[in-house]
Design a protein around this ligand. Structure first.
Ligand code: HPA
Length: 261
């Protein structure tokens, strides 16, 4: 896929509160063997051609466990995307973290239960390496850019991913902390793994919207949305800077294996 004279190699997957980035771009609906993803918008950010996909749909109507992750990643691959930066709202499990912090995670613990989480569903049996689940190149750029804009930036965080759509119980959060998780969200898995299966770089830009269950009185969806709105200009600035700084050739190891369209 070409837009203007440039291939669209970079995509943003917008999470909760970030459904409207690139609202004025060129919309396109793409079919995949797995179904139709939300409308993808093509436009320009940071001087580069970018595809934007709202993970929960344009009106935030798709809950985390119902997202068609395979259709989303397949569609991006089919238009030529090689790199994905996503935005993710997360709860803080690490007691040193605070709402409003930006975090670029380094690792992930998958606690999702009933999602279609692989493209390698048949012969030949394929086991991908996820020793480094997030692209080290994009992660480095995100850290560098976040430090220019955000007062507190956490690096090296371990992110747990739960099935949702409910928030966790306090006992689940204590368990996740004992296992080494600093953050908890609901969507980075299987997104990160599906991207790797297709040889696409992927890294989340996380913002802490709340302390996790049991660490504050209640957890509400309202506070997640309010924090997204408060941090929108900051995250927008980080995204613009990162997209402008992504080098055209990839030097990471995310390119193998490459399946898909
Ligand atoms: N748990 C899971 N996902 C989240 C949370 C949380 O506390 N906050 C924002 N996304």
């Amino acid at each position: 896929m070409r837009v203007g004279s440039d291939r669209v190699r970079i995509a943003i997957i917008g999470g909760t509160g970030f459904e409207r980035i690139l609202a004025s771009g060129e919309p396109m609906l793409i079919g995949t063997p797995f179904g139709i993803p939300p409308r993808i918008t093509l436009g320009e950010i940071g001087g580069r051609r970018v595809a934007f996909l709202p993970r929960h749909g344009p009106e935030h109507g798709v809950p985390p466990h119902r997202i068609n992750y395979r259709a989303n990643i397949w569609a991006l691959k089919s238009i030529g995307v090689e790199r994905i930066v996503s935005t993710n709202a997360v709860g803080a499990i690490n007691p040193d973290y605070r709402p409003g912090d930006i975090a670029i995670p380094a690792d992930l613990i998958d606690f999702t239960k009933c999602r279609k989480s692989t493209f390698f569903d048949a012969a030949p049996v394929t086991h991908i390496d996820v020793s480094m689940p997030f692209c080290p190149e994009i992660s480095g750029l995100l850290l560098e850019e976040s430090r220019k804009h955000a007062p507190v930036v956490r690096s090296g965080s371990v992110m747990a991913v739960t099935e949702g759509p409910r928030f966790e119980t306090p006992a689940e959060i204590r368990m996740l902390r004992a296992l080494g998780a600093d953050l908890v969200g609901m969507t980075a898995s299987p997104e990160a793994f599906l991207a790797r299966e297709l040889g696409i770089c992927y890294c989340p830009l996380c913002f802490v919207s709340n302390m996790a269950a049991g660490m504050q009185e209640r957890v509400t969806a309202k506070e997640v949305l309010e924090m997204a709105e408060r941090l929108y200009p900051l995250i927008d600035a980080i995204l613009k800077g990162v997209i402008a700084s992504i080098p055209s050739e990839r030097k990471c190891g995310c390119t193998v294996p490459t399946g898909g369209p």
